[in-house]
Write a protein that binds this ligand. Sequence first.
Ligand code: ADE
Ligand code: ZN
Length: 352
Amino acid sequence: LVISPFIANLPKVELHVHIEGTLTPSLRWELALRNKITLPYGSFDELKASYAVTLNHRPELNGRQPGIPTFLEAYFAGCDVLRTENDFYDLAMAYLSRCATMNVRYAEPFFDIQAHTRRGVPATAVLDGYLRAQRDAAAQFNVKSQWIMCFLRDEPVKDGLAAYHEARPWAAGAVKGGKGLFHAVGLASNAYERPPMLFEEGFNLARADGLHITMHCDFGQKDTHAHMNEAIFQVCEGKGSERIDHGLDAEDREELWRGLVERQIGLTLCPHAYHRRTPTEVLFPKIRRLLEKGVKVCINSDDPTLMHDVWIEGNMQKVFTHCGFNKAEMVKLARNAVDMCWASDDEKVSIY
Ligand code: ADE
Ligand code: ZN
């Protein structure tokens, strides 16, 4: 995948990236050594090779392949080397410094606090590590970030609520004395039979604290249309300026894409994530049609190190190449991310 100078130089805003999905094999190897953790790989090359395996995204439909983890199993297994505040700091600084090299001026990364606290890692290590990186990256690389705390939707709702209460002193919004790390909550992990409205109480708590909300409705999953229907007409209803992560399936249901357009709900698309399991001639015309219907979308990376090392620029390159957009249309896509982001107008002027 060759990135053209035009795409490389385009000023960018990234709104859909899981920080734990940016952990490179080399940092994972280094953290395993630092924390005296034995990885189930005999060498660095073996670890690296494990990332090339195409992981089955829908085991419930396709059956398990012995020895091959599902995508989310690989993602959460990677998290195991993250133990101390410094580990979280190093992970976040690695991503944010890479942002500077990709001309990403501002990002709203997701973090999965429950993926760490359920392993016994203190919430303070996670939150302070990311907070320190947020501040240092702004100062050192001029890369600003405001973060999104995700509920793990396949864990009990009460665990997500407890995680929110624990993380709340690190929130921005209207939280008194909040440290300003995260300004939104999201919904991630396995959506199988876990619709967004299950987490209504969590979204309402966040909204009462002045935070934004977003939720994953991944492309091609079981019940995606029903989940999108809830997201658009129940969770987001009457709130304004909220987003849905992925949401590409809205293209084939008129009530869904009209619902998005009428409410100005934007979609954070991650084309390479879908391209791993969708033919080129199906996927890219679908993205094009969604834009033609007037849905606002932006282009993002999701979990770049677990997705063949395709970062935001690779995702933009794919859309540029396969959707047949001209340069002006690509600039419009980059601008959409600025419109959709939750930075203040003053901050938007300084980042773009
Ligand atoms: N959390 C991190 N990456 C994810 C993905 N691709 N889908 C759902 N949840 C995730
Ligand atoms: Zn995602």
